[in-house]
Design a binder for this molecule. Structure first.
Ligand SMILES: Nc1nc2c(ncn2[C@@H]2O[C@H](COP(=O)(O)OP(=O)(O)OP(=O)(O)O)[C@@H](O)[C@H]2O)c(=O)[nH]1
Length: 444
């Protein structure tokens, strides 16, 4: 579904689904009631369409019966006098519905044949009503084909006088004489009314010689525009279509909301990963000194905890402080003082081992934790550093020196961290007292 179609579904269909269901339910009910009480389809034959009407008799079979026809405002009046002969005696009132044999009337959509007949007879008899279906290609039991008009028939037993008849077309059958005459079997012997070209109202089977008067006053076919079966089928189709569309919309909406949730999750993941980067940066900022980029005291606490927790730790601490830094600040300004601090920090970062942990302990005071380093080795490292610093090209060609205190870390001892710092601090103080720019080892 493209975006436009999806928007249209969301805008015009989804909000109205409830109304659509209600509308279809009401429409189904209305159609069912209408089909039952209305939707009538009527085909008036006589007198409205005034088809050709003829009187016929057994004369066509070499009989002697007399049939005459008078047509007036009363209707088509057949006067019949049956006479004895070798032929079966009969008279009939024949209506030609269409002249064109290939364009008969399809009566399959109709349900009833309604008749208004006047009837008088001198001897009780039935009346036979025929529907003649044109040009049936019929397979005989010998396998050959014949072309014949199929007669479909039903019988009524009329009282004297005028009566109305509503004959169901489903009650018409193929008379035995026609089946015999055409040697029809199976499907060929079943009634067919899809191309009716003629209709006959004939005297019945009685052999009694008699006078019969039949007056056709009215004749029509009636039915429904849509049969109940077709209508129910249509209604079921309509509901199936509605339910299917609703189902498809549901599936589509669920897949859309799933896509949206995936997108939201992805966005959240992106934000989280951004925030976690930020968190790491903030954590780092909190642990580092803003001016020099070295660790600050907070950045050292994790290391101190590790040292304390590991009884096999071999560490030495080098603590040092810039000599006469106050004077440098006073003589050259605070900015120059800062530059000296950063120059010194850069030198430490570039020249200390990666495993050494260098931190600015405060002001112009620095500490270096050296792992796997004995007190003696730390003394050597401190001396090299002292010498290098005193030779470093600082801004304004200022000669900078530092005083160092070195102390070992005795793991497993009570107050080992405090003792180590105290010893280093004391040693550094001694170095200052001894004239500065020197290294001293602290005693625990
Ligand atoms: N420029 C600058 N100065 C700082 C900073 N932190 C501390 N100081 C200064 O460093 C100086 C330290 O002075 P003191 O503690 O008297 O020590 P000192 O002058 O170095 O003397 P000794 O340590 O005895 O050799 C003070 O003037 C502080 O203001 C900083 O981040 N930047």
């Amino acid at each position: 579904m493209n975006q436009q179609a999806s928007n249209n579904v969301k805008k015009y269909i989804v909000p109205h689904l409830q109304n659509i269901y209600f509308f279809v339910a009401v429409m189904s009910l209305v159609l069912i009631i209408w089909q039952d009480y209305g939707m009538n389809k009527v085909l008036n034959i006589y007198p409205e369409t005034t088809p050709s009407v003829f009187a016929n008799s057994d004369v066509i079979n070499n009989g002697n019966s007399n049939a005459s026809l008078v047509e007036n405002e009363q209707g088509a009046q057949l006067h019949c006098e049956t006479k004895a002969s070798d032929a079966w005696p009969f008279c009939s009132l024949d209506l030609v519905l269409t002249e064109d044999r290939s364009a008969g009337i399809n009566l399959e959509k109709f349900k009833y044949l309604s008749l208004e007949l006047g009837y008088q007879t001198t001897s009780q008899d039935t009346v036979l009503v025929y529907l003649v279906n044109a040009d049936q290609k019929i397979k005989t039991k010998h396998g050959s084909y014949i072309i014949a008009n199929k007669s479909n028939m039903t019988t009524i037993l009329p009282p004297s006088g005028t009566s109305h008849y509503k004959l169901p077309l489903a009650h018409f059958f193929v008379p035995s004489w026609w089946i015999l005459q055409n040697k029809a079997t199976g499907e060929a012997a079943r009634p067919k009314i899809d191309n009716v070209i003629g209709l006959s109202i004939a005297t019945g089977d009685s052999h009694q010689l008699r006078t019969v008067d039949i007056t056709l006053k009215n004749l029509q076919f009636s039915g429904k525009w849509i049969s109940a079966k077709s209508l129910y089928f249509l209604i079921i189709l309509m509901w199936l279509a509605l339910i299917s569309v609703h189902g498809l919309i549901n599936i589509y909406q669920q897949s859309e909301s799933l896509k949206l949730k995936h997108l939201e999750t992805k966005n959240l993941e992106d934000i989280n990963s951004f925030l976690s980067i930020q968190k790491n940066e903030f954590e780092l900022l909190a642990k580092t000194d803003a001016l020099t980029g070295l660790y600050n005291r907070a950045g050292t606490s994790e290391l101190l905890q590790q040292m304390k927790a590991n009884p096999n730790s071999v560490y030495s601490l080098i603590m040092f402080d810039i000599d006469y830094f106050k004077k440098i600040n006073d003589n050259f300004g605070h900015e120059v003082g800062d530059e000296i601090l950063t120059t010194l920090a850069t030198h430490l970062q570039n020249n200390m081992r990666n495993s050494d942990h260098v931190a600015r302990w405060g002001g112009e005071e620095f500490v270096i934790f050296c792992p796997d380093t004995t007190e003696y080795n730390a003394l050597r490292i401190a001396n090299t550093l002292r010498k290098n610093i005193s030779e470093l090209p600082f801004p304004m060609a200022i000669n900078v020196t530092c005083s160092f205190g070195v102390a070992p870390f005795f793991a497993g001892q009570e107050n080992s961290i405090q003792d180590m710092f105290k010893a280093a601090d004391n040693a550094m103080y001694e170095a200052k007292l001894a004239g500065r720019n020197r290294v001293r080892i602290g005693k625990h």
